[in-house]
Design a protein around this ligand. Structure first.
Ligand SMILES: Cc1cc2nc3c(=O)[nH]c(=O)nc-3n(C[C@H](O)[C@H](O)[C@H](O)COP(=O)(O)OP(=O)(O)OC[C@H]3O[C@@H](n4cnc5c(N)ncnc54)[C@H](O)[C@@H]3O)c2cc1C
Length: 265
């Protein structure tokens, strides 16, 4: 297939984006109804739904409402120290991650327990003008950057030519959506790992902690470590009593590593 158009300049992305799009709220009336029917009362000092829900789930185990540790931070701190991680599964958030590569999401979706995913489809969505994620170590070297750009530009150009050639071959198919899907699903075979993607992710606090620990480690790929660090930063602001035990420590490659004394609760 001969392209009539010159290859288009590709857009390069260097940083993951994290959008926290959903969080839980507590139905206070139902909590109060339960407590009243059990003849007990309970007050806590956090307004954050996820933290209130985890504390109430933990307290239900021993019906310790109104007893023992006074603050939510103390209560959840003890849960984390003692490794009672199943209590943290009651806290759930929804995220959109964007500006990340297909190679990153291939690693991300290996996290199964406590995660749900919905990812941009390369069968339905046209990738002719996709963005591409360039690793810093390549971007910082002019010669390697030129080589990388040449490869990515070529892949994108070939993708566009394949889509157009396939559309021609498939013109007998009356349904436009089916025709486009068939063309794109075949043409995507030449798209590189660097291709940008977007993914909707739902995860609970225990699963997020495990993800942040494994992917925030110095052994993790730098791109997913940068994402893990962003997720952790967002979560420390969102639910400090569930994520406050983590520290970010500097690393020679410029992306910090994540540390905690309480791994895999
Ligand atoms: C630095 C690094 C390098 C890696 N290299 C490779 C590689 O070369 N090749 C490769 O294939 N993968 C690799 N992985 C991915 C790794 O093997 C895991 O698949 C990934 O980290 C998901 O973690 P997880 O298994 O703890 O699963 P999660 O789904 O995050 O589960 C959390 C925990 O739940 C429990 N759990 C989850 N599912 C089950 C189950 N089905 N049965 C029993 N218990 C379960 C386990 O205790 C598990 O640790 C790498 C990961 C890292 C961090």
């Amino acid at each position: 297939v001969i392209s009539e158009e010159p290859p288009q300049a590709v857009r390069i992305v260097r940083e993951p984006k994290v959008y926290l799009v959903g969080r839980q709220s507590v139905s206070e009336a139902e909590v109060d109804r339960f407590l009243a029917e059990e003849g007990t009362t309970w007050q806590t000092d956090t307004e954050r739904g996820a933290e209130r829900l985890c504390e109430s789930a933990g307290r239900l185990c021993y019906m310790s409402f109104g007893k023992g540790r006074k603050t939510n931070a103390d209560y959840l701190g003890h849960i984390i120290e003692s490794g009672h991680g199943s209590v943290l599964e009651h806290a759930t958030w929804n995220f959109v991650f964007a500006g990340i590569s297909r190679s990153l999401t291939h690693e991300l979706i290996r996290h199964r327990a406590g995660f749900a995913y919905s990812q941009l489809s390369q069968r339905y969505v046209d990738e002719s003008t996709a963005d591409y994620i360039e690793p810093d170590i390549i971007a910082n070297d002019p010669e390697l950057h030129a080589l990388w750009l040449e490869a990515v530009t070529t892949c994108q150009d070939v993708y566009r030519r394949l889509v157009s050639g396939l559309a021609d071959r498939l013109k007998e198919i009356p349904e436009a959506t089916t025709r486009r899907k068939m063309a794109r699903q075949a043409a995507r075979s030449v798209l590189p790992n660097a291709c940008e993607t977007k993914i909707f992710v739902t995860a609970n606090a225990r699963a997020i902690r495990h993800f942040v620990e494994l992917r925030g480690s110095e052994h993790a790929d730098i791109e997913i470590r940068a994402l893990a660090v962003k997720v952790l930063t967002v979560m420390q602001a969102e639910a400090p009593n569930l994520f406050g035990d983590y520290e970010l420590r500097p690393h020679a490659d410029g992306v910090p590593v994540v540390w905690t004394a309480h791994r895999k609760v």
